[in-house]
Design a protein around this ligand. Structure first.
Ligand SMILES: [Fe+2]
Length: 202
């Protein structure tokens, strides 16, 4: 069984002006497709290829050493982007509602305080990586970042919101202005989906 590139749940130009069409098209058809192909090549003929990618990453310590780094890089890249597309929406933005809104207020004090902490984790990630809101094993919320394509699942966390801060995610439109890209990211966050992920994980 091979991992497949998921379709975007919207058109390539749907997130404009916050993320431009060309960036979305290259990001999905070249970058995400590339991680998918390399993940399949790394796990070819291996039992791990039959598991959901989230389980592969949770059990990364059991993946044979010879292919482990390839699975961290490409399995992480596959899973991170798979989540990323779904937490964005042309109808997104604004403030969350439902259980995730209550949990954010409890954990961070207010939505604005949470946004500040998340944005700072994302913009402060040195080099390529991701900013995350994850659920820990006790059901609590955690803001953090990971380098490269490292997945929160490898640390026992369940990501429910992520922002890709690799330059390939924003450079065409924002050049070196990662902070402006992250500011605009808030306009397209699909909070209904994040709420659903939160309820599944906690
Ligand atoms: Fe990316």
């Amino acid at each position: 069984m091979a991992f497949e590139l998921p379709d975007l749940p919207y058109e390539y130009d749907a997130l404009e002006p916050h993320i431009d069409e060309q960036t979305m098209r290259i990001h999905h058809t070249k970058h995400h497709q590339g991680y998918t192909n390399k993940l399949n090549a790394a796990l070819k003929g291996h039992d791990f290829a039959d598991l959901p990618i989230e389980d592969v990453l949770r059990r990364i310590g059991e993946v044979p050493e010879g292919i482990r780094q390839a699975v961290i890089n490409n399995g992480g890249g596959y899973a991170n982007h798979k989540l990323f597309w779904t937490v964005l929406s042309p109808n997104g933005g604004g403030a969350p509602s439902g259980d995730i809104a209550d949990a954010i207020n409890d954990e961070f004090g207010s939505f604005d305080d949470f946004k500040e902490e998340f944005s700072s984790a994302a913009t402060g990630q040195f080099g390529s990586g991701w900013g995350w809101l994850s659920v820990d094993e006790g059901g609590g919320l955690k803001v953090h970042s990971t380098p490269n394509q490292n997945s929160p699942y490898m640390d026992g966390l369940t990501p429910i919101l992520g922002v890709d801060v690799w330059e390939h995610a924003y450079y065409l439109n924002y050049q070196n202005e990662r902070g402006t890209y992250v500011d605009n990211f808030w306009n397209i966050v699909n909070w209904d989906q994040v709420n659903e992920y939160f309820n599944d994980a906690s």
